[in-house]
Design a protein around this ligand. Structure first.
Ligand code: HAM
Length: 449
């Protein structure tokens, strides 16, 4: 029994005193039919592609102890300072819904000692919900899905290029032709330390005029000031020292090799000196995939990642260089809907069985099951309905064929099969039905393609 409300809530939606319409939470969404189907198609396509690169799936929990994310994302990151869904569970544990998947994957690798029992590099892909308490906007949710890969335990620029091109090819396969790949290097630890000193010096007498986030970042991680989106701060940031001028020989050589191999592979990129990423675990190469709407606006990166050297050792494993990225499925879906609506699949059926009268219901049902067992997508109305109503449903469900069963058909085993697109109707013997449908649906459709 829902407790009675003494006075209306601010957003009441109250129909009766004790009845309330529940809304989904801010920053979340419901997806169904076409929308859900297309999200699934995107994920299936991505899974198919990463398997060509030798990746296997990994499943990790949606929540972990808060300390894992605080430590790996960085105490000063926006994710940790503002965006985590954190709670104390009934056992008094401090828990956080994962704001990203990488940390959980690495924790699983360390806990299960996968680096000791399997060949390196470990190559895992994942898909699932992630949670960030952000201000919702187009392409920005509080619960969203990431599809990502982590290649753990190889210290070679080749694996960085392999991973960057995997993301690029995957997005191209989804239909994105003009991907803007932004790339930068954060160098190794020594280079980064020198750069941080230079940045601190540069911002020393400017920071008091910058936004509160920048002030906080100046104290905790000065590099992240470069990520500030405030237009006034950006005016200051554009004159800041550049990472490329603080790279030691080793870091310079590493980045040059990555860039030349991207050139060799004809993968277009833009070097973005201010790309530092919002997570603290990166070193050397970082990258983001962007795509622009027709009006030139962006809904943010559709995917992003980078190289990381210390994450595995940070949480108790050996030092293993790694690289990975994650693609935001909602952003991909939003872009596909806006830019390529014609490429989206509609929900459909191969056959809708139309029955005529109570006596034909069971025969129709048995035939439907038989066709399903032969890999056709089939449905029918499980109650008596008029012929007209059933044809309307068949059309609304995008059925390719209507198979009609009346009392005569039941006796003769010959059924009228109507192509609902062309309206051509043919009589098909029960024994020829599977071959007939296979020819029409599988082979003729392939020819159309
Ligand atoms: P990230 O850049 O924080 O990286 O997120 C990856 C992608 O998730 C973004 O490029 C974006 O498409 C999507 N995304 C992020 N926040 C939201 C949001 N609020 N709503 C919708 N989509 C969002 C990571 O998470 C790293 N773990 C990637 C990585 C893997 N680096 C190495 N390995």
């Amino acid at each position: 029994m829902v407790p009675r409300l003494k006075r209306p809530l601010k957003v009441p939606f109250l129909l009766k005193e004790d009845f309330m319409v529940y809304q989904n939470q801010r920053g979340t969404y419901d997806a169904f039919d076409e929308e859900a189907l297309n999200i699934e198609n995107v994920v299936e396509t991505l899974k198919d592609i990463v398997k060509f690169y030798g990746y296997n799936p990994i499943h990790t929990p949606l929540y972990e102890q808060t300390e894992l994310f605080a430590r790996t994302s960085g105490e000063s990151s926006d994710i940790v300072t503002k965006e985590m869904f954190t709670f104390i569970d009934k056992g008094g544990r401090n828990i956080t819904l994962r704001p990203e998947v990488t940390a959980g994957v690495i924790r699983a690798i360390v806990n299960n000692k996968l680096y000791a029992t399997k060949d390196l590099p470990l190559k895992y892909y994942y898909y699932g919900p992630t949670f960030r308490y952000e201000r919702p906007s187009k392409g920005r949710y509080r619960q969203f899905n990431q599809f990502g890969v982590e290649c753990v335990g190889v210290n070679s620029y080749l694996s960085d290029v392999e991973t960057i091109s995997l993301g690029f090819n995957a997005l191209q396969t989804l239909g994105f032709e003009n991907i803007v790949l932004k790339i930068n290097t954060l160098g190794d630890e020594e280079s980064r330390k020198n750069y941080q000193v230079a940045l601190r010096e540069f911002f020393k007498d400017k920071i008091q005029n910058m936004c509160d986030d920048c002030k906080r970042r100046y104290e905790t991680n000065v590099l992240r000031i470069l990520d500030c989106k405030d237009p006034e701060d950006q005016e200051i940031i554009k004159d800041a020292p550049k990472m490329k001028d603080y790279l030691n020989e080793n870091s310079k050589e590493y980045f040059t090799k990555v860039i030349s191999l991207l050139d060799e592979q004809q993968i277009p990129y833009e070097i973005d000196d201010n790309l530092v990423r919002g997570l603290d675990y990166y070193s050397h190469v970082v990258f983001e995939y962007h795509y622009y709407l027709k009006d030139g606006t962006s809904i943010g990166a559709i995917g992003a990642g980078g190289h990381y050297d210390n994450l595995v050792s940070e949480i108790g494993g050996p030092a293993l260089s790694s690289v990975g990225f994650a693609i935001g499925i909602e952003r991909v879906n939003t872009l596909l809907k806006e830019l390529m609506p014609e490429s989206l699949e509609k929900t459909s059926l191969d056959v809708y069985i139309i029955h005529m009268g109570e006596e034909t219901l069971q025969t129709s049902f048995i035939l439907m099951q038989e066709l399903r067992n032969n890999c056709f997508k089939v449905d029918m109305c499980l109650e008596n309905k008029s012929l007209g109503q059933q044809f309307k449903i068949a059309n609304r469900k995008n059925a390719k064929f209507a198979l009609i069963i009346g009392e005569n058909e039941m006796k003769s085993y010959v059924y009228p099969v109507k192509n609902l697109k062309t309206t051509v109707q043919e009589e098909v013997d029960y024994h020829d039905l599977i071959d007939y449908l296979t020819n029409k649906i599988v082979f003729e459709e392939e020819e159309e393609c």
